[in-house]
Design a protein around this ligand. Structure first.
Ligand code: SF4
Ligand code: SF4
Length: 245
């Protein structure tokens, strides 16, 4: 388990932005709330490890416990949503909510903020071979449709952070191993290969059945949702313009 007094060093060593430009400006125009999807509690609920949550509560007023009270109208729905996500969340993690993107404190972003939209992808024999992405966000997250923008430094810091974390919390290998397996099953059903930013700096497609890696040009990876439409237009910002009321 990571102790509260270790968290600052995790944050300091995993602080590089994904890309030089502010990707929130790329995705927010497609969200009716106007917020970047990963900072909109109605789209993504952050979590914190127990020691991390202790550290955050002692050092910033940015976060509070998530109560599922923003995105549903009825109390019954709220309780149902709370129960559902709590059941899906491991006992060593808290579901948390920040004050919102206009009040973000960069130094106190949780590890889940820093890693989004990626998770450490593990093979079926538990080797951490690179960055997979949370495929549920393919239609929302601009970065997923533009993996070429991910900086080498971000990739390096991500890998170092999770190498360290797995060393301290080996049980997380099980959690991410299970998530990687779930992705393989889902992508096998869809007959799709899994895009992967490899820990060796390469970009790959992983066969979900055989787990074989094929090196690919990052520019040739697929785009999704509005970002696919935008890429086909001569002036990508036209899509955002077209979607404004
Ligand atoms: S990581 Fe994805 S969802 Fe989050 S701000 Fe960047 S583009 Fe938007
Ligand atoms: S702390 Fe910042 S980066 Fe994290 S969810 Fe809140 S606004 Fe987004």
């Amino acid at each position: 388990m990571i102790r509260p007094d270790e968290i600052r060093s995790y944050y300091d060593e995993f602080d590089a932005p994904i890309t030089a430009l502010d990707c929130g400006r790329k995705c927010a125009p497609y969200n009716p709330s106007g917020k970047p999807f990963c900072c909109d509690i109605c789209h993504a609920v952050p979590t914190a490890y127990a020691g991390e949550w202790e550290y955050l509560q002692a050092n910033t007023g940015l976060w509070h416990e998530w109560l599922a009270d923003k995105c549903v109208d009825r109390e019954a729905e709220r309780l149902e949503e709370l129960a559902r996500l709590r059941a899906e969340t491991p006992d060593n993690m808290a579901l948390i909510e920040c004050l919102g993107p206009d009040k973000c404190e960069r130094d106190f972003r949780a590890l889940t903020c820093r890693q989004f939209p990626f998770f450490p992808y593990l093979t079926s024999d538990y080797r951490f071979i690179g960055l997979g992405y949370y495929w549920e966000y393919e239609e929302q997250c601009w970065v997923i449709s533009n993996l070429d923008v991910v900086s080498d430094e971000y990739r390096r810091q991500f890998i170092a952070a999770f190498d360290r974390l797995f060393d301290r919390m080996p049980e997380e290998l099980d959690a991410y191993g299970g998530h990687s397996e779930h992705m393989r099953q889902e992508f096998a059903k869809r007959r799709r290969a899994i895009p992967l930013l490899g820990r060796d700096g390469g970009v790959y497609k992983v066969s979900p059945a055989s787990e074989r890696l094929r090196r690919v040009a990052v520019e040739n990876l697929p785009k999704f949702g509005p970002y696919r439409v935008a890429a086909a237009l001569p002036f990508p910002d036209e899509v955002a313009e077209m979607q404004r009321p």
